[in-house]
Ligand binder design. Sequence first.
Ligand code: ADP
Ligand code: ZN
Ligand code: ZN
Length: 723
Amino acid sequence: MFAQVIIDQDIKAIDKVFEYSVPENMSVNIGMRVFVPFGKRILQGFVIGLNKNCNYQENKVKPIYSVVEDFSAIKEEMLAIMKFMVEKNHLTMASVLRLFIPSQMREGKVREIFETFYLLADKNYTPQLNAKKQIALIEKLKLSGKCSSSVLGEEFGYSTIKTLYDKGVLEKEKIQIERKPFVVEQIDNKVKLNQMQINAIQTIKDDKTYLLHGVTGSGKTEVYMNLIERELSKGKNAIMLVPEISLTPQIMSNFKARFGDFVAVLHSGLSAGEKFDEWKRIFLGKARIVIGARSAIFAPIENLGIIIIDEEHEQSYISESNPRYNTHDIAKFRAKYNCCPLLLGSATPSVETYQKAVDGEYQLVELPTRANGKELPSIQIVDMLGEIRTGNSSIFSNQLVADLANVINNKKQAMIFINRRGYSSFMRCRDCGYVAQCSDCDVSLVYHREDNRLKCHYCGKQYKVLTKCPKCHSDNIKYGAVGTEQVVAKLKELFPDVKVLRMDNDTTSTKNAHQKILSEFKNSLPSILVGTQMIAKGHDFENVTLVGIVDADQSLFQADYRSTERTFQLITQVSGRAGRSKDEGKVVLQTYAPRHYVYKFASNYDYKGFFRKEANIRKTAEFPPFSRIIRILFSDINENYAREMLKLCYTEIEKLKETYSNEILYLDAMKSPLKRLQNKYRYQIIIRLKLDKADEIEKQVFDIANGISKNNVFIEINPSNMA
Ligand code: ADP
Ligand code: ZN
Ligand code: ZN
């Protein structure tokens, strides 16, 4: 027997199939990990195929050294996914296979945890009458058979256990246990479904892609849970993906309460050991529902009955670093492989996804109202330029301060949302609201501190920093965003007696910090929670009656063709935090561009209106989803080398124009806006393609670029970050 083996090294040059012979007495199956001699070393590899005959020269083939573990860690479906991803995203096979198993296993340092259990030995013993603890312990074991050391110790004291053990009354047993990353109280959280939810559940059943478009609070989670329940009852399993920041204790306990130990949760907060334990429970079929962030799509779960992607529009579903992939693609692949529905859910679907629903590629299912019948909170737009004109140049408008005072008087809660994205920032005239834009592209310029220039991330054009506004000639031009600390300080000044909490990257770096801040907020009335994107979703606080959005424009003027869409999503998301219970909610949205169409549609919760407008603009400007953008990035510590690679690549791609003069809308080569990163010089080619022959051209572009460099090239499709 001969095995086809991929060496577990992420190096393009050796990323191919090597053949080894299987020794007589060794049992090797497809998907197993093995140790093989490679050159002078012994390396780990994955068996991806077995055949009777040797494809290579039989006398040169070496035998497999040993197996890493005696089961197939990579299941057949995962091998199919690997082939799909390698083909689609031009990745190395080894880098993809690594996604499928926990890091602890690859590093070979899996630590199983054992716990000591005690049981009664076969010995007659009567404790003295006053040894009450001893008597009670023995009684307990008579009833329960065996009990863990920690439980007995808690109840009767460790010295009692020791005494009895030393006398030979107790016997010890070591049992392997799973680390339980999450403990919850069981709560009965079933609700009676409304007719819309029932319709949705009945519709979502075939092996195709559905888009569940439901306003915030429409009860999508309830639909997910019922669909999962239905599939479980058919003996099938489920995956549900949520963005990392939505994996709140609230969501997890809801699912654990409904499904108990059938649920496995995978997220970045788990220790390597906990991840391994969850992986193993899934692998062995003990867990039948996987809930997790992006990478949970690679969970080794079989017999899928449904795959759900909640908040499908979230950018975090795209892995932008190697191995890069789009979670939607892999979910589609797995749904097809398992002949099951794929459900995408959102209150604000991405323009790309909604367009697919319009085109009939996805089936649209709608939940247009909140499940509890409450109205969505009203959104008031406040013109910050008007505030400046009337002499208020503080971060808060008079309206927001008045509404905050109101909340405090009524002993309620407010959330203040600071919109922050990325490290870049735009320049804005504080008198007329003008924002510097590229004269060739429809995107905002980004201020680069290191060389004090404004840059277009799409065409590379550079501009001098503005000192005077070209529109109103004011010199009151500023860049930079308001920070959370600044806001907190201002609030403390305005309302010295009120509890103000802050939630951002700085305050949540330690384990459980999230939970602490949220529970402190929950338990203080009145109180104000200030935060970034982290507070935008998932949270369900019944006393929040006001949401303030301090600088809504921060996500609007980004050098990204999706920035308007992102802004709409954010506003809808944060607004959904207010007035979820008895009390009516209100949103105050502060902007310097009050007439921008995104605010008009967002403040009316008019997703469809927004979609039509936005899709129209993209169609006219020929931006995705009506075209495809490819960015090829070359980087190297040697600038000349990076530039040479770029030139070579550009010359080759330019030749494609002869065949595809109509389909190539835009092609240019340039220094990257961020010209040096981690000591490497960066040069890039941007291509924009019409959709009709995009696949065909993309393939050739990939071949050209990969032919020029194996390790210094990075290719992205419709990237959101062009720096
Ligand atoms: P979404 O995910 O669509 O934003 P959720 O699933 O979080 O909405 O639901 C919002 C709230 O409505 C939750 O508190 C949920 O328990 C409640 N809910 C869901 N379905 C119903 C229903 N049929 N009747 C009453 N309340 C419901
Ligand atoms: Zn101006
Ligand atoms: Zn430009």
